[in-house]
Every structure is written in structure tokens, then in C-alpha cells.
Design a protein around this ligand. Structure first.
Ligand code: ADP
Ligand code: MG
Length: 245
């Protein structure tokens, strides 16, 4: 077990109209821990990540980040969104800005980092994701894998305490998946707290400290990866792993 509980999810429920999407979800994400969430499409994985960032308010139960209820007021929410970085399936880069400006915009606006210092930090992050030569380019000049690595670097530029990834490789051509997973692997190795929704079973097995299996709005099972994949707890999980390869 890693560090202290950083994000605590306690009996969280969420419905869209009559449809329950999160049903009493409880879990804790600890500092330094890599949690991988898997499960069928529509099982509520994205909704949980979005609730943690208050992109989607939950109906009942509680979510705290470092002991503070999520989004209790606007100033708190802004602090929490700095602490909790998020990377989506669609990279959502600012298309009219260079890669460098994509990375420096939020630090300059929100952290009030001077431009020179923001540039130095951004270049260091671009080096880390292997894109220092692309700083002056525009997103449309990059491949999907490169754009997603920029999106990761841009999230890191805010110096988050934890990173949430929602299927970061699902929109990529197969030959670009590994370069993004490599960056995430390196982040994990460096001790970043991460919550990752993915269908990449090999990556989950290798990088996760714990695997959570979502089924119809519930965490149906949780185990360390060796156990999760080695001795599947149910026929449903065995079938799911089989389908995902
Ligand atoms: P997953 O990420 O596991 O595929 P989601 O959390 O995206 O699942 O969605 C869970 C369920 O909630 C799905 O049935 C989806 O159609 C529904 N849903 C998600 N977002 C909305 C929304 N904004 N309005 C209505 N239904 C939604
Ligand atoms: Mg999803």
C-alpha cells in the first residue's frame, strides 16, 4: 500500500435521468499509487473521473481531495483542478497556438509564472515527453501520438498532485499507442499518483498497483494486477480480459 489517501470517494451515486450510472462507488486513491480502471463501455468509468474533477456533479455520497470536499466553493474548485490534472481521449489542444504556448498558457495565467520561466519549464516537460524539437509547431503539424504527449505535458505544466487519464490511447492509430504509454510508464516510475482508465491490458498488468473492474456503475472487483489477471475473480472478468486481448 502506497502513501496517504489523496482522493477519497465515499458511496458516490450519480444518475442521468432515471439511469443510475454510479451506484455507491467507494474507493481511495493514495499518493504515489497507480490505479487502473477497466470495464465495459457505459459502466461509469468516465463519469467517475469527471465527478472527481467536478466536470459532472454527483448526486450523493462524497468525494474529497486531500481532505477537502470537491468543489465546495469556486476558489477551492480552482485549486483542486490545479491539483488534479486530466488527460482525455481527445487531446483538446489549442489549435491556434504553438506547442510551447499550449504548455505555458495556464501557468502564466493561473500561476502567474513569468513568460521566461514558463518557457524554461515547458521546454523541460517537452524534453520529458520527447518533443523538444516540436515546441514551435502547431498541433495540426503533429501526429495523434505526439499531440497526446503534448496534452500530457500541458497537464503536467500545472504541477498537479495526481493525474487522471481517460482512455488516453483510444483515439490513436495502433502504431502510436506505445509512445504515449511510454510517457505514462515513465510518469509512474517517477512516482506520480495516477488514475488511468484504459483498455490496454498489458500496460495495466505492468504498471498498475491496483486494478479496479467497473461493472454497471459499481466497482465489482479490485485486486493487484498479478492476481487480477492471473486468477480472474469471476467468469465475467475472465471474459472481459479475453475480449480485450
Ligand atoms: P464509460 O466511461 O465506462 O464508458 P460513462 O461514464 O461515459 O461510461 O457513461 C456511463 C453511462 O452514463 C452511459 O450509459 C452513458 O450513456 C451515460 N452518460 C454519460 N454521460 C451522460 C450525460 N452527460 N447525459 C446522459 N447520459 C450520460
Ligand atoms: Mg469513458
Amino acid at each position: 500500500m502506497k502513501g496517504r489517501p489523496y482522493i477519497v470517494v465515499d458511496r458516490v451515486c450519480k444518475s442521468f435521468g432515471p439511469q443510475p450510472v454510479l451506484r455507491e462507488v467507494s474507493t481511495q486513491f493514495r499518493t504515489g499509487e497507480v490505479s487502473v480502471i477497466i470495464g465495459a463501455s457505459g459502466s461509469g468509468k468516465s463519469t467517475l473521473l469527471r465527478a472527481i474533477n467536478r466536470l459532472e456533479p454527483h448526486d450523493s455520497g462524497s468525494i474529497t481531495i486531500d481532505g477537502v470536499p470537491v468543489g465546495s466553493d469556486e476558489a477551492t474548485l480552482q485549486r483542486q483542478r490545479i491539483a488534479v490534472g486530466m488527460v482525455f481521449q481527445q487531446f483538446n489542444l489549442f489549435g491556434h497556438m504553438t506547442v510551447l504556448d499550449n504548455l505555458t498558457l495556464a501557468p502564466r495565467r493561473i500561476h502567474k509564472t513569468p513568460r521566461g520561466e514558463a518557457n524554461v519549464q515547458a521546454m523541460a516537460l517537452l524534453r520529458r515527453v520527447g518533443l523538444q524539437e516540436h515546441a514551435a509547431r502547431y498541433p495540426w503539424q503533429l501526429s495523434g501520438g505526439q499531440q497526446q504527449r503534448v496534452a500530457i505535458a500541458r497537464a503536467l505544466a500545472m504541477r498537479p498532485q495526481v493525474m487522471l487519464f481517460d482512455e488516453p490511447t483510444s483515439a490513436l492509430d495502433p502504431e502510436m499507442v506505445q509512445e504515449v504509454l511510454d510517457v505514462m510508464r515513465e510518469l509512474a516510475r517517477a512516482g506520480m499518483t495516477m488514475v488511468i482508465v484504459t483498455h490496454e491490458m498489458g500496460f495495466a498488468r505492468e504498471v498498475a498497483d491496483r486494478v479496479l473492474f467497473f461493472d454497471q456503475g459499481r466497482i465489482a472487483h479490485e485486486a493487484p494486477p498479478a492476481e487480477f489477471f492471473g486468477q480472474p475473480a469471476s467468469e465475467r472478468i475472465r471474459a472481459f480480459i479475453g475480449r480485450m486481448g
